[in-house]
Design a binder for this molecule. Structure first.
Ligand SMILES: NC(=O)c1ccc[n+]([C@@H]2O[C@H](COP(=O)([O-])OP(=O)(O)OC[C@H]3O[C@@H](n4cnc5c(N)ncnc54)[C@H](O)[C@@H]3O)[C@@H](O)[C@H]2O)c1
Length: 420
């Protein structure tokens, strides 16, 4: 926002994050963000605080706090504590004409409820919902040049005013004809969860085909290429492998399903439970494949795990399939040495019991098997010579991202998910 010319103040309740940001240090790994942060802070148009009162004269307040899955057994709904706290905390500081803009991914119905709270506490302020579609790893590009803008606004004059305020904020993107959809609160909230439900379904569909391929000797990557040529299907998001994870897709499809139950639409969204199960079964299969490839018993076997982040170009390990598999292999008796170009420190925080290496060379020493679980560019480029310090000649490709022929021609046992 500062890069786009606005005066911005960032508020968080986490003092450590604010301290890092204030000196221009991004609290997570995201390509291009450190440079952008440094230049924006230098312009004087971007600063950070934990003190909500400092936002009192702002025209627009974006609320982008977390909406994690509620904690507790069998609990799938979104935890709205943080969104509620942020909006309630803002109300005393809302100037006349100020606009609160929800960015967080929320269950349908949340915006209408929060709009009432805002109007009751600050009658001359209003609320809009403007879902966020950025992808981790591409966050800077997606934010500076979004592929679409969705505004959920109230009916009537308040909605027209909110639309005009949002148009001013997104003037740069609108100048390049970025599609803009102005709609009601419920549609805006649903656009986000529907998009994530669709993407999760696409990945789980191809992973279901991988299960069928494994049972029949077919090759799921060729299947994906062949069906992907049909423009109605498309090849993107059809990469079979260890499945999706991260801080969005898993919790968003679960929360959508939970909201469906509340709305009496349990059967309508039940398929999302199936998508979740297909996705989680890929992790079981990866553990099983490792066991099979190491003679049926994991105990005492040295396993090098390359990749811990839920996707490349991120240090995010929330619900990461790679980290989950690493931990399960260790629970089953393997000696796991795990590495990742960026996600070792984030993994250490939630899985301190694992052994970590800082480089591939260190991780693979005397390994009985090497597993590639996140498709970082540098892992995709690995050759048999790079891994010559491993004891076993077993490579397991959890992302169908390596050249099978190259490994097999160098007398490695190469195995992957969904391919013979
Ligand atoms: N991460 C993504 O790629 C992505 C993409 C699109 C949408 N979203 C949605 O955006 C929201 C945030 O996601 P995230 O990944 O950034 O979450 P996160 O947990 O990484 O960050 C949330 C931040 O909010 C802060 N916070 C909590 N309560 C606060 C309060 N009352 N006042 C001020 N700050 C507070 C936390 O300290 C934390 O720094 C979620 O709803 C998510 O679903 C995320």
């Amino acid at each position: 926002m500062a890069e786009l010319g606005h005066d911005v103040i960032g508020v968080d309740v986490d003092q450590a994050k604010i301290d890092a940001l204030a000196v221009g240090r991004a609290p997570f790994f995201e390509p291009g963000l450190p440079e952008l942060l440094t230049s924006a802070v230098a312009t004087g148009r971007l600063r950070f605080t934990t003190d909500m009162s400092e936002v009192a004269d702002a025209d627009v307040h974006f609320v982008a706090v977390g909406t994690p899955q509620k904690k507790g057994e069998g609990e799938f709904a979104a935890d709205l504590t943080y969104v509620d706290a942020a909006v309630t905390g803002l109300i005393p500081y809302l100037a006349d004409g100020a606009l609160v803009v929800g960015k967080s991914t929320v269950p349908v119905g949340t915006a209408a409820r929060l709009a009432e709270l805002v109007t009751a506490g600050a009658p001359h302020a209003s609320l809009a919902w403007n879902p966020e579609f950025l992808r981790e790893g591409f966050a800077v590009k997606d934010t500076l040049g979004p592929d679409r803008l969705v505004y959920g606004v109230a009916a009537g004059a308040a909605g027209e005013r909110a639309t005009a305020q949002l148009d001013e904020i997104y003037a740069t993107a609108l100048k390049t004809d970025t599609p803009r959809i102005v709609t009601d609160f419920a549609t805006a909230e649903l656009v986000k969860v529907a998009a994530n439900a669709f993407l999760a379904t696409k990945i789980s569909f191809i992973n279901a085909m991988a299960e069928v391929a494994e049972a029949t000797g077919a090759d799921v990557t060729q299947l994906a290429d062949a069906i992907g040529h049909d423009a109605r299907i498309g090849r993107r998001f059809l990469n079979s492998g260890l499945g999706f994870g991260g801080g969005c897709l898993p919790k968003d499809i679960r929360a959508f399903r939970a909201r469906g139950e509340e709305l009496g639409l349990g059967s309508t969204l039940a398929f999302l439970g199936e998508m979740d199960s297909i996705n989680l079964r890929r992790r079981d299969r990866m553990v099983e494949l490792t066991r099979e490839s190491l003679g049926g018993d994991l105990s005492g076997k040295r396993v090098a795990v390359l990749g811990l982040a839920f996707k490349p170009d991120s240090d995010d390990v929330r619900d990461s399939p790679a980290l989950d598999v690493a931990a399960r292999l260790q629970e089953e008796g393997a000696i796991v040495i795990a590495t990742d170009p960026e996600a070792v420190h984030t993994s250490q925080r939630i899985r301190p019991e694992l052994t970590y290496a800082t480089t591939v060379a260190e991780a693979i020493v005397e390994a009985d098997a090497v597993l590639v679980l996140t498709e970082w560019k540098e892992y995709r480029a690995l050759t048999p010579e790079d891994l010559s310090a491993a004891t076993g000649r077993v490579i397991l490709d959890g992302r169908n991202c390596l050249d099978r022929d190259l490994w097999r021609s160098s007398e490695w046992t190469y195995r992957s998910l969904g391919r013979p």
